[in-house]
Design a binder for this molecule. Structure first.
Ligand code: NDP
Length: 434
């Protein structure tokens, strides 16, 4: 705790994993030797840097950039970059720690890392975003490489930003090293289905969890929070599976559309106009509520898929959802439910899919993008989505079987933590004390 003072999100993420490891160490004492657990909690490398850039008014602005290269036992560091004013080293460490186990669960050869900056893209012009991305990469490029560290997007970093980051990397290194970033656009080495992968994958995971309990999305009322990359493609796949999405949100408020959210309109507002979700209610008119006080989780639903940010669903929200009859919760975001909320869901018998497993489809498809780049190939949408669906099925089954093997059947949190840990721990033991 002393070494990581003032980093509550990192403590929260580490505590959750450590709470699952008692059973593992009891069965395999070797995992506790050579300070393996202490080593797994300590990032291999942490980079903090200055990002100077010039805004449209000609003023010099300064932000702080981060890259935490957490664990490379399984492959090059892999994990997204977040641009949000709340970013600090503790948030990036929590995300990098989670990423290490998530990436292990995919079964693919990728280590864990995460990065970002305390830059607020909201209200910034396209040119400001470009200059910021170029300055960010001007420092970061020396720490990256397709065999070293491969970032992707996260909150505030989508296809546009990845394009600017890749452009600057290419310019600085004089190398067309497509495999150094994922989430790229299709014209310059991107993978089909990468944009959709996190949301689609989360719904594939929840669908399989529901099927294992003899139910499905069909006819269900589903609440989704957020209206960014993960939320939009979560909504799309829920509709494919016959569910009815009734909410979505941004950090200012949420909309409730009892007729079912009009996904094409959300895409137009968020992806084309880059506008706020309040526009949805304004354009739809009657029958749609926009609420900028109160809480999205007060809306009764059968299934909740928090897809915005960490700790957005509290113990109080969990009690409300349980009272309103929620049957399943799937985390699209990273750690969106507080520990108290998770406990309340599990005690109430609500099916609970942790983000570490449920949202792994994005990074898994990023690894497929790396495969396509390495072989200078480009797969069809159907082929890529098929691989994604298979990977999510395997992650689900691995978590479920691991939970059963360790005497906690039905507990996907412990199943994911244990299965992810064991894969990383096995590799670290083989590599020696490094
Ligand atoms: P986006 O930036 O595309 O969207 C984020 C959404 O969440 C926006 O609607 C945003 O609203 C809302 N949001 C962000 N911060 C807050 C906040 N503090 N309070 C309320 N709402 C907030 O990000 P993504 O969709 O890519 O990421 C969403 C989550 O999914 C994150 O936890 C991310 O780590 C996780 N994730 C993303 C992956 C990916 O492939 N993109 C992969 C795996 C996990 P506003 O516009 O008002 O800020």
């Amino acid at each position: 705790l002393r070494r990581n003072a003032g980093e509550p999100e990192f403590h929260q993420a580490v505590r959750e994993v450590l709470e699952s490891l008692g059973r593992v160490v009891a069965k395999h004492p070797a995992y506790a030797s050579d300070a393996l657990i202490e080593r797994i909690c300590e990032p291999e490398r942490q980079i903090i840097f200055r990002i100077p850039w010039i805004d449209d008014a000609g003023q010099v602005q300064i932000n702080r950039g981060f890259r935490v290269q957490f664990n490379s036992a399984l492959g090059p560091y892999k994990g997204g970059i977040r641009f949000h004013p709340s970013v600090n080293i503790g948030i990036i460490k929590f995300l990098g720690f989670e990423q290490t186990f998530k990436n292990a669960l995919t079964g693919l050869p990728i280590g864990g890392g995460k990065g970002g900056a305390d830059f607020n893209p909201r209200g910034r012009s396209d040119r400001e975003i470009m200059r910021f991305c170029q300055s960010f990469m001007t420092e970061l490029f020396r720490h990256l490489g397709e065999h070293t560290d491969v970032p992707a997007g996260d909150i505030g970093v989508g296809g546009r930003e990845i394009g600017y980051l890749f452009g600057q990397y290419k310019r600085l290194t004089n190398r067309y090293e497509a495999g150094v970033l994922t989430g790229k656009g299709l014209p310059y080495g991107g993978s089909r289905a990468r944009k959709e992968a996190t949301g689609f994958g989360a719904v594939y995971f929840v669908e399989r969890m529901l099927a294992a309990n003899s139910t499905s999305f069909e006819g269900r009322r589903v609440s989704v929070s957020g209206s960014g990359n993960v939320a939009i493609y979560t909504m799309e796949k829920i509709l494919d599976f016959g569910g009815r999405v009734i909410t979505c949100s941004d950090s200012n408020g949420y909309v409730v559309d009892e007729n079912g959210i009009d996904l094409e309109l959300v895409k137009e507002i968020k992806e084309v106009r880059r506008d706020r979700i309040s526009e949805y209610a304004r354009l739809k008119g009657t029958g749609v509520n926009y609420i900028d006080t109160g809480c999205i989780w007060d809306v009764p639903c059968d299934i909740a898929m928090p897809s915005a940010t960490q700790n957005e669903l509290t113990g109080k929200d969990a009690r409300t959802l349980v009272k309103n009859g929620v049957v399943a919760v799937g985390e699209g975001a990273n750690m969106p439910c507080t520990p108290e909320a998770v406990r309340i869901f599990q005690e109430a018998g609500v099916l609970f899919a942790p983000g570490k497993a449920a949202n792994a489809g994005g990074v898994a498809t990023s690894a497929l993008e790396m495969q396509q780049n390495a072989s200078r190939d480009s797969w069809t949408f159907e082929q890529t989505e098929h691989r994604l669906a298979e990977i999510m099925k395997n992650i689900h089954d691995t978590c479920a079987e691991t939970a059963r093997d360790y005497g906690v059947a039905g507990d996907y949190v412990q199943g994911a933590n244990i299965a992810g840990f064991v894969r990383v721990a096995e590799a670290m033991r083989a590599l020696g004390v490094i």
